[in-house]
Ligand binder design. Structure first.
Ligand code: ACO
Length: 337
């Protein structure tokens, strides 16, 4: 067997959401907003918010442990941990290294991946390539975010949209002649020209933290919501359509679409454009808001545990985020995941 011919199997999924629930009604007590406005414009009803001492690595470790359990593996089996995040515990070292220590996976490589809300799909591309090439046997891929830590809770145009959480998958080399590839294909893309549509101004090396940067709220997430909305709808539909076509499928073949959970209106518009009935989309943003890189793996885990993913069925993941970045992954859901 050539090194480039290994199959990649999704072996288990897991997720974690902080206990604290913040409803739209709760927000309406501190900012000028309403449950009606938020639900109508976004579909979001509530979100989870991590505790002061609950780090992304804590949430990632919980999701990772759940995925390991579902996969029937132990931390010692893991060859690589990849954490997709834009709100890592520290500027450095990586959150993946902290997760490695927390779950006790001693003999593996660990690194973070920065692609904002598309991070999980980017991570799937990296992890599956490493397995296919024979570099690793078992990879723990996690999306984890504590967006509450970079939100301006006085800015109603952004703070109502986001939440915290983590989701994980174990990708493994398929063993034996019967092993069937879970990953049919992945497409990712980026356009740095539009980096200014969604970003965090200070805290990086260009604008290190100063008393002035804090006083001016430069560490908070900033977004041009309308422009992001327009780009999201167009690029997600285009990427999904191209990916399906490349592999000889149409949207009608897909049994479950798991989109990035940013806004219900974006998902509805995408469903219309793809001509896929909305009931084939798995949507949980009403309960979590936008958890960026964690949103698809949390939804994937919930869909799997709810029996929404039929073994052998086609599953389409579609993401979009800051960067700008985007990606789509076409999966064949495995029997044992
Ligand atoms: N409550 C009440 N009123 C509000 C709120 C709020 N929470 N937020 C904004 N408004 C007001 C605005 O101030 C504005 O008032 P004005 O007309 O008096 O100026 C009015 O509502 C309309 O505002 P718009 O911004 O035009 O509202 P829109 O319909 O575009 O919805 C939204 C805004 C929900 C942000 C939408 O643009 C959107 O969802 N965009 C996509 C955002 C997104 O998904 N980002 C994540 C990308 S993924 C990643 O990488 C993190």
């Amino acid at each position: 067997m050539s090194a480039a011919s290994h199959t990649v199997v999704i072996r288990g999924t897991g997720s974690y959401a902080p206990a604290k629930v913040v409803t739209n009604h709760d927000l309406s007590k501190t900012i000028e907003t309403s449950d009606e406005w938020i639900v109508t414009r976004t579909g979001i009803r509530e979100r989870r918010v991590a505790g002061r001492h609950e780090d992304p690595s804590d949430m990632a470790a919980e999701a990772g442990r759940a995925a390991l359990k579902a996969a029937g593996l132990t931390p010692a089996d893991i060859d690589a941990i990849i954490v997709a995040t834009m709100t890592g515990d520290l500027p450095f070292p990586s959150t993946a290294c902290l997760v490695q220590h927390k779950i006790g996976a001693r003999k593996c490589t660990a690194f973070d991946l920065a692609a904002a809300c598309s991070g999980f799909v980017y991570g799937l591309e990296v992890a599956s390539s490493l397995i296919r090439a024979g570099v690793h046997r078992h990879v723990l891929l996690i999306g984890a975010e504590k967006l509450s830590s970079i939100l301006n809770w006085q800015d109603r145009t952004t703070c109502v949209l986001f939440g915290d959480g983590a989701g994980a998958v174990i990708l493994s080399r398929g063993e034996g002649p019967g092993a069937r590839n879970s990953i049919i294909g992945i497409r990712t893309g980026a356009d740095g020209e539009d980096a200014g549509l969604l970003y965090q101004h200070a805290g990086g090396s260009r604008h290190p933290a100063t008393a002035d940067s804090v006083a001016h709220g430069q560490h908070f997430l900033r977004m041009n919501g309308r422009e992001v909305f327009k780009h999201a709808v167009l690029v997600m539909e285009k990427t999904a359509t191209e990916l399906l076509k490349e592999h000889g499928y149409t949207a009608a073949d897909v049994e479950c679409v798991i989109p990035h959970q940013a806004n219900r209106r974006i998902i509805e518009t995408m469903a219309e454009r793809l001509e896929v009935p909305l009931d084939r989309f798995f949507i949980n943003l009403d309960r979590y808001g936008n958890t960026s890189a964690a949103s698809i793996p949390i939804a994937l885990d919930e869909a799997a545990r709810a029996g929404r993913l039929r073994p052998g069925g086609l599953v389409l993941l579609v993401a979009f985020g800051a960067g700008l970045t985007w990606g789509a992954a076409l999966l064949r859901w495995p029997a044992g995941a």
